[in-house]
Design a protein around this ligand. Structure first.
Ligand code: KG4
Ligand code: ZN
Length: 365
């Protein structure tokens, strides 16, 4: 199918309520006509994590406003669209249900076709939305709830090479910040402290580097940080500003080392496929980390691979990626109806063994 398509995208799988309108004319770059993202950080701040019930209620209250704002921003009515794409999982079930029910209602009322989208496929297909890249490419998804390497072979063909067996890196950054009295989200705060710290002062482990493959583990790093912090407190009766900076620098260097080495291994496996235009793309909030980015850039330079980091607003949760994935799936003939189910768990690579504990929050991606 080669006609121009304009899709509404709806995203509500974790703590961002989002709606977007994307248009694609074959042969031309895709256009994001509007993208509305309402974060819920303030609602969950007092609880130290996303509270599913609060998230679900906020999605139910705000989704239709976001859809209206996206349509208004695109200067379009529902009847101008060609279809509706909605995140049908994986994620917090209450939020996913809100989105799926709204999409079903809009589809029934307007007669527009509806396409259910896997949230992870939204992230994984973003490099095609922003840069029209060709398959196959390697994707590293690093966020507050997910961490995995995927070879994107086609719109609905993803091979998972490995991922975290416990915490996601963003979660580790957030917990580190909490342990050191820094604000949430922890990533930017830890990065700012680390910039003035000595990464060599504390010896943090590089978990799972001694084992072959692309699996990773980050929960031990948080324990190591807690021990190092407590040892300083036991010695001096507290931690100084410089201690904190050094702890952050040591922690960040350990995460960057692990991600760089595991990315090297994932790239080796990917390059064995002889891709005509080799590419490593990143997605997820942790991709904003400047040290991690520079390590990945250097690695790609060495290995003759293009490195692509889409604009941060499209790396983190948004609905433009859902609209885009909907367009791509629609072109392959995907259609859903009133039986579309909301799925809390939905691995992209159905053949890969499920990871115990992987993405413990089970909701973020
Ligand atoms: O993809 P994202 O916006 O949301 C979900 O995980 O849903 O990623 C958020 C995560 C948080 O854990 C945050 O601490 C982390 O990304 N993050 C960073 C940086 N900026 C955000 N981690 C490390 N360095 C950063 N500069
Ligand atoms: Zn996500």
């Amino acid at each position: 199918m080669t006609q121009a398509l304009t899709f509404l995208g709806i995203e509500s799988s974790c703590d961002d309520t989002a709606a977007a309108v994307v248009r694609h004319v074959p042969g031309q770059p895709a256009e994001i006509l509007a993208s509305i993202v309402e974060g819920q950080t303030a609602l969950h701040a007092a609880f130290g994590g996303v509270v599913p019930e609060i998230a679900a209620r906020a999605h139910a209250e705000r989704l239709d406003h976001c859809v209206e704002a996206a349509l208004a921003g695109a200067n379009l009515r529902l009847s101008d669209l060609d279809g509706i794409a909605v995140t049908a999982g994986p994620g917090l079930i209450g939020g996913v249900l809100s989105g799926v029910m709204l999409a079903k209602g809009l589809s029934a009322a307007s007669g527009l076709p509806m396409v259910g989208v896997n949230h992870l496929a939204g992230h994984a297909l973003t490099p095609r939305l922003t840069d029209a890249v060709s398959f196959p490419y390697l994707l590293l998804l690093v966020s507050g709830g997910h961490c995995q390497f995927l070879i994107a072979g086609n719109v609905d063909d993803f091979e998972r090479l490995g991922g975290t067996i416990d915490d996601a890196p963003g979660e580790a950054f957030d917990k580190t910040a909490k342990l050191l009295g820094l604000p949430q989200p922890g990533g930017p705060a830890v990065q700012a402290e680390a910039a003035q710290g000595d990464a060599r002062r504390f010896a943090f482990p590089r978990p799972l580097l001694d084992r072959p493959g692309c699996d990773m583990s980050f929960s031990g790093l948080k324990t190591a940080l807690l021990r190092a912090r407590d040892a300083v407190i036991a010695e001096k009766g507290g931690i100084t500003v410089q201690d904190r900076r050094d702890l952050c620098a040591g922690f960040q260097a350990a995460v960057a080392d692990v991600l760089a080495e595991k990315s090297r291994r994932a790239l080796e496996r990917y390059l064995a496929l002889n891709p005509p235009t080799p590419l490593l793309a990143v997605a997820g909030g942790v991709a904003a980390n400047t040290l991690i980015r520079s390590r990945l850039t250097a690695l790609c330079d060495r290995m003759g691979v293009r490195f692509l980091a889409p604009p941060l607003a499209l790396c983190t949760d948004n609905a433009a990626m859902i609209a885009w994935a909907g367009i791509e799936r629609f072109r392959l003939g995907a259609r859903d109806d009133a039986t579309l189910a909301a799925r809390p768990r939905w691995p992209l690579d159905q053949t890969a063994a499920p990871m115990i504990g992987s993405g413990k929050k089970g909701a973020k991606a």
